[in-house]
Design a binder for this molecule. Sequence first.
Ligand code: AMP
Length: 395
Amino acid sequence: MAKLFIEDLDVSGKRVLVRVDFNVPLDESGAITNDKRIVASLPTITYLSGRGAKVILMSHLGRPKGERTSEFSLKPVAEDLKGRFPGKVSFVDDCVGDAVAAAVDGLNDGDILLLENVRFYKEETANGGGFAAKLASLGDIYVNDAFGSAHRAHASTEGVTRHIEQCAAGYLMKKELDYLGAAVGNPARPFVAILGGAKISGKIDVIANLLDKVDTLLIGGAMMFTFYKAQGKEIGKSLLEEDKVDLARETLEKAGDKMVLPVDTIVAETFSNDAPGTAVPVDAIPADTMGLDIGPETIALFTKKLEGAKTIVWNGPMGVFEFDNYAVGTNEIAKVLAACTKKGATTIVGGGDSASAAKKAGVAKQISHISTGGGASLELLEGKELPGVAALSEA
Ligand code: AMP
């Protein structure tokens, strides 16, 4: 990684302003229902606190749109952190201003202060210069560990770096960039990517960028039907992006045999978990049915294509995996990835749906890296530079 890393810095006694991703899901009572984002930030917090830094944590939570609402308060996260770092954690119910400055002044070396949601100010997403400078005034050093927000040029991810000299990546940020960066920049080969999900439109830039880099690109999910429409096939009532058919045709022509489409699909008459499914070849989709998953022949074909791969990147489910009866293709691909990891492949799963699918299939621990950032990982796979990363100091 060409960027400054926290281990390169002398943090002892310094005020270190850290952008973390504490955008955790909360239930109606305000209890955290999944703490994986907090857990993912712990290596950086533990390191800084252990080295005697005054650790100042800032994050967003949800979309309060510049309004101060208790529903989006980071207070529950502060309570959680207190249990993990006894006696060291405090919380201040703002992120800029006099009360915050006083709280920072009161920190001892190794203490951890969590600021209130930065999105309580609309200047955060607008990346207002004055607001970024106020945030920056709280730290001598800036660390960004919020990979999931690095594709957004906000005040706490980008603006702040213009006012602090040393801006470094934390452990989570480095891990994400090392895995995803190596996959798109310098992958061990064969390099196979699997893309699924609903729409070509959300993934077309990823397809275009990856086609230049991969040895094989496997396509599943509903987007296969737009490709099949482009080939003149009957796709019945399957999901179709009418306005992307030409684009699909051009992509197929450009891709040649690098791109591999499913050979069979599980069709049903209605969009429902209880609708009985039948496996049919993709050339024989009945007009009154829709494809909801990849079929067994496709699972076998994809398994074969993945065998021997040294780098595998997966983003997007193979079917309507929210329906248990149509999650088979997605689950099987997750299991194949786990088996490939065992045989020495580096396996990387993009955030969002494919990450929950890997978890649901019970193989999350057997994947080399599951990204914590859906949008950010897609942008890296598109070949884009993330503003929150670009803004960090060079190593
Ligand atoms: P995306 O956000 O583009 O990654 O798409 C994820 C969504 O694609 C999930 O909610 C899946 O249910 C949906 N999906 C995948 N395959 C199909 C399919 N064959 N028909 C309808 N929706 C699908």
